[in-house]
Design a protein around this ligand. Structure first.
Ligand code: FAD
Ligand code: EPU
Length: 337
């Protein structure tokens, strides 16, 4: 019988290392346990917790927090080119990537070392080094909290965008993702053009390209600039890279010739928010225990005892200064709770 626990510290459950408490807390490892917990609670959960690597807790939670611990990885079936793999939402993402690499299943090697769990991967449409999870997503099963039934979502239902999905928008707070099925390739299609991958592969002395080598290159690059949450609290990029129209880009480029931008297929431009923040003088800034990472200005950090409010207030200052200098409004990528 699953029971809810009262007054639980969420400090071990969020990578920002924020000390906040949940009035009620429970974990579940299958749908029956989830239903048991919901039956003993007085209302809907305040939020569902995965690995806690993309949340900023700005207050104590006066409601229910449910931690998804559904495990299991299953090879469902295969066709000529693909293998269909289902993973429980509570599986650690990077361990899942490694499991697939061992079997030579390709498609998620560029997403190596992203913290968090499988369940959040479609929620956030996680992305890195030129690949997004949407590209390998096949389907997911989610529990509808109001109707108390399991619903299947396929690619066209999810409205994936840059760090966006239907679960962050229209269906926010309505579903608990139970498991995700990915369609992985038996023959890899390599993505090495993004960022420093090619350079890193050369430095590693890789002669024959493989998904394992790409994964290692990504791990090396990430480890060199992103703070390890075990050492310094953070939730990865705090803001999204903003998308702007061509006219605004031309005007900015004239005024700031070094501006870092990528052209998009729709004609717009994506700006490197890290560059914008660095230009405003924030890189390495620290006030109390809240700070801007010295190696990656897009990452806000907790050096120890910062509160969620401290981090949020710093993010507000960063946001306002970027708006003032560049006329560009940053959007927070981290889920503010
Ligand atoms: P949580 O933080 O627990 O939850 C995130 C959101 O999803 C919350 O709103 C939560 O309620 C909801 N949620 C979680 N699980 C479920 C579920 N089963 N059902 C319903 N809702 C759910 N992200 C990238 O995309 N690319 C990166 O390169 C990247 N790098 C990072 C580097 C570092 C050092 C860190 C700390 C974070 C990074 N992130 C990155 C962000 C983060 O790892 C991802 O967003 C990850 O998918 C979050 O997973 P999680 O399980 O920790 O989610
Ligand atoms: N830059 C600076 N100063 C900085 C940081 C970045 O000038 O302090 C400029 C540099 O020119 C650099 C460019 O910005 O070349 C891009 O930086 P980086 O390669 O580190 O990537 P990013 O755009 O800052 C995005 C994702 C990351 C993802 C990487 C790699 C977002 C919001 N962030 O960061 O995702 O790992 O690309 O693909 O899209 C996350 O979502 O939490 C996350 C870490």
């Amino acid at each position: 019988m699953k029971i809810l626990r009262e007054h639980i510290s969420l400090l071990p459950y969020n990578t920002f290392g924020i000390a906040a408490n949940a009035r009620w807390f429970g974990s579940f490892s299958d749908t029956d346990e989830l239903e048991e917990l919901l039956a003993s609670a007085s209302g809907s959960p305040s939020f569902i917790l995965g690995g806690g690597s993309n949340i900023l807790l700005t207050k104590d939670i006066d409601g229910l927090v449910l931690k998804n611990e559904i495990r299991g990885v299953y090879e469902l079936h295969e066709d000529q080119d693909h293998v269909y793999v289902k993973a429980g939402a509570g599986e650690n993402w990077h361990e899942f990537v490694q499991y697939c690499l061992k079997r030579n299943w390709a498609g998620i090697e560029n997403l190596s070392l992203i913290p968090g769990n499988v369940g959040a991967s479609p929620m956030q449409n996680i992305g890195a080094y030129g690949v997004e999870v949407a590209e390998v997503f096949w389907s997911l099963e989610a529990f509808h909290l109001q109707e108390k039934k399991v619903v299947t979502f396929v690619l066209s239902d999810c409205q994936f965008g840059y760090r966006e999905s239907v679960f962050k928008n229209k269906y926010k707070g309505q579903f608990v993702i139970l498991n995700v099925t990915y369609r992985l390739r038996k023959k890899p299609v390599f993505h090495t053009s993004y960022g420093a991958i090619q350079q890193e592969l050369e430095r590693m002395g890789v002669k024959e390209l493989s998904i394992q080598a790409i994964s290692q290159a990504v791990i090396n690059i990430r480890s060199s600039k992103l703070p390890d949450p075990k050492v310094t609290g953070n939730a990865g990029s705090f803001f999204k890279n903003p998308e702007i129209r061509p006219l605004q880009y031309e005007l900015l480029k004239e005024k700031f010739p070094d501006i870092v931008a990528y052209s998009l297929v729709n004609g717009n431009y994506k700006l490197a928010a890290g560059w914008l923040i660095e230009q405003c003088g924030w890189k390495g800034y620290r006030e109390g225990d809240a700070g801007v990472h010295p190696k990656q200005a897009l990452v806000l950090v907790n050096y120890g005892n910062a509160s969620g409010k401290n981090i949020y207030e710093l993010s507000e200052k960063v946001l306002l200064s970027v708006k003032e200098k560049f006329g560009v409004e940053l959007e927070r990528e981290v889920n503010i709770i």
